[in-house]
Design a protein around this ligand. Structure first.
Ligand code: G6P
Length: 361
């Protein structure tokens, strides 16, 4: 539908696409719902339950969604998962399990690095599933199965709503698998996704806060760090990628505990450090890391989930199920990157040197 791909009154596609995220989560719930229950097609469920190990193959933001997906399949369905960068997998294939299933995560369905792996895996005769936003795309056509993201066209080069959709669809696939194999953890994913959609809504409704954070922390920054533990570590890498892509600020995502093994040497007076605190079991640990960087002069922006907040935190985000925090916590990071890029006069929708889908290796 043409209105989907027009900016309307928005100054940038990226802003429009970030705003669409609550709707995307709701659309996904509908698309995967049958008789009030979340479902995936039986042949796909059979392919997943038949596998003894899942290999997720992806690039860029989709790779970061894959890191979250690994936790979902392991925790909700009891299936071990490896996540690989497409471009590395081709020449450095790991030893495979007996019954591998390959899951390709790709917004466009056209990324050459990922397709090259798909071609190789099909030659080897292993089952394949593509999770994509584009029906009829190359990786969708060439894989045995497809799960669609239902995010609507994503035009801005920096991926936002596709990441949220990927995480939501991975959660559904893992959850439905867990129910089928009896390994499910006891929670109502449909309801929790609806709560997450509301959480995202309240964040996109308070953009001025993120604009202020971008001004306070990033206006003149040369570099920035994102730290987190567990799922917040997966997210810290996506937060850093978003910032790099559109604001050209050198940014890295790190595991909180790994800081002391090298990266902390880079902390100087005023270095921005974005610390994510959404995981209760590691909240103390990441708070400790914040103290360490602040003691060395860092300008720490603490983004905590409701219930885990402390006095002095910069931003409190709505509480959601502990497994779904990346869905919600990614949104302030996207918005902070967006405003940082604007403040620095960067071309938000078409950053230099980047393409929306990279169809060459
Ligand atoms: C390009 C885009 C990234 C994207 C990556 C993977 O590099 O600039 O935003 O994450 O490709 O794209 P895919 O379509 O396979 O998810």
């Amino acid at each position: 539908d043409a209105s989907d791909i027009e900016k309307g009154t928005y100054p940038h596609y990226m802003l429009k696409e970030m705003d669409e995220q609550p709707g995307v989560v709701r659309k996904i719930i509908q698309a995967y719902e049958q008789d009030e229950e979340l479902v995936i097609e039986q042949p796909i469920l059979d392919a997943i339950t038949a596998s003894d190990r899942i290999y997720i193959i992806a690039a860029g933001t989709s790779y970061h969604a894959g890191l979250v997906g690994k936790q979902y399949f392991e925790k909700m369905a009891g299936i071990p998962v490896e996540v690989h960068i497409s471009s590395e997998f081709g020449y450095n294939m790991p030893l495979l399990s007996e019954k591998p299933l390959f899951i390709f995560i790709t917004q466009s369905g056209e990324t050459a690095d990922s397709r090259q792996v798909l071609v190789k895996i099909k030659d080897l005769g292993y089952p394949t599933l593509t999770i994509t936003n584009v029906q009829g795309s190359t990786l969708s056509r060439e894989a045995d199965h497809t799960l669609l993201l239902h995010a609507g066209p994503e035009i801005a080069v920096a991926s936002t709503k596709a990441y949220v959709a990927q995480v939501a669809v991975l959660a559904i696939a893992a959850y439905v698998t867990g129910k089928a194999t009896g390994k499910a953890i006891d929670f109502d994913l449909k309801q929790e996704l609806a709560i997450a959609a509301n959480g995202i809504q309240s964040i996109v409704d308070s953009k001025d806060v993120m604009e202020e954070i971008a001004a306070d922390y990033l206006k003149t920054a040369r570099n920035a760090f994102f730290i987190g533990r567990n799922l917040d570590f997966c997210l810290s890498m996506e937060g850093a990628l978003k910032l790099k892509e559109i604001s050209y600020i050198q940014a890295e995502g790190f595991a909180g505990g790994e800081l002391k093994h090298g990266t902390i040497a880079l902390i100087e007076e005023g270095t921005p450090v974005f610390a994510l605190v959404t995981q209760e079991q590691v909240a103390l640990g990441i708070r400790g890391n914040v103290k360490e960087v602040v003691a060395r002069g860092a300008n720490a922006c603490i983004i905590a989930m409701e219930g885990l907040e402390e006095d002095g935190d910069t931003l409190i985000i709505p509480r959601v199920h502990t497994l779904l925090t990346p869905l919600v916590a990614v949104v302030p990071l996207q918005l902070i990157s967006y405003y940082a890029a604007l403040h620095r006069d960067c071309d938000v929708d078409k950053p230099r040197n980047l393409a929306k889908s990279v169809t060459v290796e």
